[in-house]
Write a protein that binds this ligand. Structure first.
Ligand code: GRF
Length: 201
């Protein structure tokens, strides 16, 4: 039985798209549901293109609403791919160890409340770090705190702006997230995976 995945998005959905493309010819996992807190999230369009049921929360803080949808679609794994709100505690409790998030920096640095979008990359540049990257981690009750499953490193280059760094990190995200999901499908649950190939400048 393939691992059934719900992907939560708030915006562009490029990680969702990368995941859908990566799973196209992979029997081990399938995206069965796309959820969003925003009706205008472009990720909902990707769901439509791929013929996947999609739903916009009436109230994204209502755990019962989440659990009803997740159970209806027999979801095994929840993937937060650019989902900007907290997952309700009842959902964390019901799916503990089976919710993953991708973050556009090397956690535990540059994470936590308010650290999303370009702010993350601005903070990396301001710190003078020479390396950034992305992290996939298990989700718990706090933003960006759960155990790390995998990271991919990318260089910070001279002259980088938050935008150029974000674009380089996003490319790495598009490889890292599918790699973690495939490993989860093979293992039946999310597991740590070894350091994937580093991206080239
Ligand atoms: C990504 O950088 C992801 O790490 C972060 O939000 C961004 C979402 O991008 N959590 P997209 O919506 O997948 O294009």
């Amino acid at each position: 039985m393939p691992l059934k995945i719900a992907v939560c998005v708030s915006g562009g959905g490029s990680n969702l798209l990368a995941l859908l493309e990566s799973l196209r010819n992979f029997g081990g996992a399938q995206v069965v549901l796309v959820l969003s807190n925003r009706a205008s999230a472009a990720g909902l369009g990707h769901a439509k293109t791929f013929g996947i049921p999609a739903s916009v929360f009436r109230n994204a803080s209502d755990g019962d609403e989440w659990l009803e949808l997740l159970r209806e679609h027999h979801v095994d794994l929840i993937v937060l791919a650019g989902y900007l709100k907290l997952v309700p505690p009842a959902v964390i409790a019901a799916y503990r160890g089976r919710i993953i998030n991708i973050h556009p920096a090397l956690l535990p640095s540059f994470g936590g409340p308010g650290m999303y979008g370009l702010r993350v990359h601005q903070a990396v540049l301001a710190s003078g770090a020479k390396v950034s990257g992305c992290t996939v981690h298990l989700v718990d009750e706090e933003y960006d705190r759960g155990p790390i499953l995998a990271q991919s490193r990318v260089p910070v280059l001279p002259g980088d702006t938050a935008e150029t760094l974000a674009a380089r990190v996003l490319e790495a995200e598009h490889r890292l997230l599918p790699a973690v999901v495939r490993a989860a499908a093979d293992a039946g649950r999310p597991i740590p995976i070894p350091q994937p190939v580093e991206s080239n400048p």
